[in-house]
Design a protein around this ligand. Structure first.
Ligand code: FES
Length: 281
């Protein structure tokens, strides 16, 4: 049983502002029922462009309902500029805190609010950057890195609690763990043994796999790849030739290079591209 605060329990048992506003000025929808959490937030502005009404419909657990209820109360009377400053931590604070496994419920509220404001302003929704790591919940490597760094997340459970990533089939657990390890371990270059291999053995196997299994396909398209460094389970490579300027290079790195190295070397290995300064403009 989760250790909910009295305020969470109270908002769950007596949620405020349930429903939708038919002629809403802003509408934001996040999550999906298939994923186990979904939230639709609508708001209406008054003549002074302040939020005069906000309503929600949530499919989810007690903390998702309490977070949505709290959010609608928090944004009433605010301008959109004020409302968009509300973070998920503000929602959790308003409720007296949320269990760390349930922080994603407040994140969902913040994201629904961002979408609702974007829909009113007609501005494009925030582009989600990075490569999708958790396919069950559509969470990318960059989103996980950002959450790990900014919220000092140290375990897979904490990442799942914050982003839901990893909370489904579990196929992404190794990759999430590798991202966490990058920040916990730092740039250490010791001779760590992985899967029974020394670092030297691992580097040799990586080089051999690059030469025999990866380079031939890239060379055919005028590209190439160079091993730059290996740090724990992270392999740093430099793309060359046509690969260096290809818009699909990130996909090549994940779907071809990383997948092949995982198959041949270590199952949880992560490939990172080293980009020369001259290429960053
Ligand atoms: S891919 Fe992440 S939980 Fe299924």
């Amino acid at each position: 049983m989760w250790d909910y605060t009295e305020k969470v329990k109270e908002h769950f048992l007596n949620p405020r502002n349930v429903g939708t506003i038919e002629d809403a000025d802003g509408v934001g929808e996040v999550g999906s029922i298939a994923c186990g959490d979904a939230l639709k937030l609508t708001f209406k502005l008054d003549e002074n462009k302040k939020i005069k009404d906000a309503r929600f419909q949530t499919f989810g657990c007690a903390s998702a309902i309490a977070s949505s209820s709290a959010l609608t109360e928090m944004i009433k009377g605010l301008t959109l500029d004020e409302a968009e400053k509300i973070t998920n931590e503000d929602i959790a604070d308003y409720l007296g805190g949320l269990p760390k496994e349930k922080i994603h419920c407040s994140v969902m509220g913040m994201e629904a609010l961002e979408k609702a404001i974007s829909s009113y302003r007609g501005t494009p929704e925030k582009i989600v950057e990075g490569i999708e790591v958790c396919h069950c919940f559509g969470v990318t490597d960059i989103e996980i890195e950002k959450a790990v760094k900014e919220h000092n997340l140290k375990t897979l459970d904490e990442v799942t609690g914050y982003l839901k990533a990893g909370g489904g089939c579990g196929n992404c657990h190794d990759e999430i763990q590798s991202i966490i390890d990058k920040f916990i371990d730092g740039p250490k270059k010791s001779a760590v043994k992985l899967s029974g291999m020394t670092t030297l053995q691992k580097i040799r196997l990586i080089e051999e796999t690059l030469e025999k299994e990866i380079k031939p396909a890239l060379l055919k398209d005028g590209g190439d790849i160079e091993l730059v460094d290996v740090d724990g389970t992270t392999v740093f490579v430099r793309l060359q030739g046509s690969c260096a300027t290809c818009s699909r290079s990130k996909i090549t790195l994940k779907n071809h290079v990383e997948a092949k190295l995982r198959e041949k070397v270590v199952h949880n290995l992560v490939v990172e591209e080293v980009v020369d300064e001259a290429r960053i403009c």
